[in-house]
Design a protein around this ligand. Sequence first.
Ligand code: BEZ
Length: 273
Amino acid sequence: MTAGDSRAAGVVPGKPEVEQRWDPERYRRNASFVPEFGADVVALLAPRPGERILDLGCGDGVLTATLAAQASVVGVDQSAEQVAAAVARGLDARVVDGAYLPFAAEFDAVFSNAALHWMRAPDVVIDGVWRALKPGGRFVAECGGAGNIAQVLTALLATLARRGIDGRSTIPWYFPAVEDYRARLERRGFAVQTITLTPRPTLLPGALGDWLETFAESFLALVPAADRPAIKAEVENRARSHLFRDGIWTVDYVRLRFAATKPGGAKRNSEAA
Ligand code: BEZ
């Protein structure tokens, strides 16, 4: 994509200097809630035997494996490390950037859990999903939506600002509002069946600092390694009164969840009159 293309594609401004790295072991330790919450999104997808499904942002494949028990699944993820973990589970997983989906009318459904907010060229991603789907195919996903992790981000940016660092241009996420994402889907031609934005406070298995290490590496990389423990401690102190209760950290997640269809093709039995 050129700069002109990326503006036309609605690329969300801000470019992390350091890309997020994914360590499957660290992810398993600190983020097991991600696939657990994804079970509801699988239920919304309602995969059927014989269907071919693309899991966009499959990560280490925990949730992909539940899809694969019900249908034929290809997982894609930008992280070679996460894809290797998914392949080790026996899955068909490939290293693919969500902005460059190489599929054409192959899938009955595209599924995505907790991944779209990392893809900051949403129109390009939606285009790729559209091309990947057969007529009548479904796009069912959940990601961080408007207001997601607001308290964490406020504490993080304030902590960096106290050291003279403006972290805003480092924000690697895109957290769309309902009307924003609905308009993008409809502009591409999708029929949107449902799209909702719901707060989902999420209990962490460990400390907020562990969450930062797992998910907010591009911010921590703005300071020397020796300063990172102090950064994590200061973010925790700033966020404590909002996010720490009874010995448990709770992150202020807000989820955008939607189901949309590419028109055409035969109706599923459940849709037939
Ligand atoms: C999320 O799932 O909402 C999320 C995960 C990591 C960083 C930011 C948001």
